[in-house]
Design a binder for this molecule. Structure first.
Ligand SMILES: Cc1cc2nc3c(=O)[nH]c(=O)nc-3n(C[C@H](O)[C@H](O)[C@H](O)COP(=O)(O)O)c2cc1C
Length: 138
């Protein structure tokens, strides 16, 4: 079992460099995540980030403390934590490129939602991340 943490945030990266900058974030993340034994998935759109981190709780929390302070995004909201089997055990950080359609799955977390809706939408978002992770990279 692993501690898993799902957060969403608003990007402060500006096009046209933003896509390349996210690719850099993901590439830099892999080394540190592997060192910490953290796996997970990162989804980026032109507006939002969503990221699932999984591993030992202290490692995930240490990483999350860095990520929260990162000036490349704001309004970081942790929307779900759980003890569960790793979903992305084979990836120190899977990033599948810009995913514009995911916007509509992240946007609701920035409005006030009943906790039941947050839980339901968070489960759906994680499912989507798993779908994306299974797509072949181009
Ligand atoms: C959306 C987003 C996701 C990130 N994900 C990771 C990650 O999974 N692993 C990682 O080491 N750094 C990640 N970073 C970078 C960290 O915020 C931070 O810059 C890096 O870990 C260096 O940390 P330090 O400045 O505390 O040394 C991410 C940054 C952003 C904006």
């Amino acid at each position: 079992m692993a501690y898993s943490l799902l957060y969403v945030s608003k990007t402060l990266l500006q096009p046209p460099q933003s896509e390349a900058q996210v690719t850099e974030i993901a590439a830099a993340a892999r080394g540190r995540n592997a060192w910490l034994g953290v796996t997970g998935a990162l989804v980026a759109t032109s507006t939002y980030f969503a990221q699932l981190l999984e591993g030992a709780q202290p490692a995930v929390e240490e990483l999350m403390a860095s990520i929260e302070d990162d000036p490349r995004h704001m309004r970081v909201r942790i929307i779900r934590t759980a003890e569960e089997k790793r979903r992305f055990g084979d990836w120190s950080m899977v990033y599948t490129g810009y995913a514009g359609l995911v916007d509509r799955h992240i946007a609701p977390f920035f409005s006030s939602l009943p906790p039941g809706d947050v839980a339901y939408l968070a489960t759906r978002l994680v499912g989507l991340m798993e779908e994306y992770a299974r797509l072949p990279a181009d």
